[in-house]
Design a protein. Sequence first.
Length: 197
Amino acid sequence: MSAKPPPPIPTGLNFEWPFPKKPSLFYKIKSRLTLSLVYLTSKTLFCGLNKMVVRNKQTFLNLLEDTSKPLITVSNHRSNVDDPLFWHVFSFREFFRNIDRWRYTLTAHNICFTKPLHTYFFSLVDFCIDALSKNGWVHMFPEGKVTKVGIARLISESKTPPTLLPIWFNGMREVWPESPPYYPRIGKVVEVVVGAR
């Protein structure tokens, strides 16, 4: 039984490559400012407004700070803002100490690449493979269909075998629901389990 090739990306969704091979100082400053803004927004939504309980955080920090090999984290997707809200788990010191190794997240082209401007904020698979070859960190929500590129390609094309770390979110959709009205809720508890219980 031969596999069907993946469907082509609609013409309107093909955009120029948004990441420079050698980032300029200005690019690095913009990137760090963007990361910092998202991090501070995450902190604002959880510091006193909601509660996040994290199990095995130290395991995650140890793997993140080990720059001798690539890291792939995978998690379930409970809300449209799981990824940036998860950043709250890092203290200011932990976040800024690791900002140079900050991760890239693969996204669905039909959701995130609907306008050329969006390509400046979302990554592509080849770029993630390149990041892993430099012992970087890539995050994935592995809920693609059979024809979607996934974790296996990232692992098989990495120069060094990456560490694969699962993360489970529970309660994130109560903080930021998937249906209208779209605004953050307060007084909720989110549980995050890193690796095994």
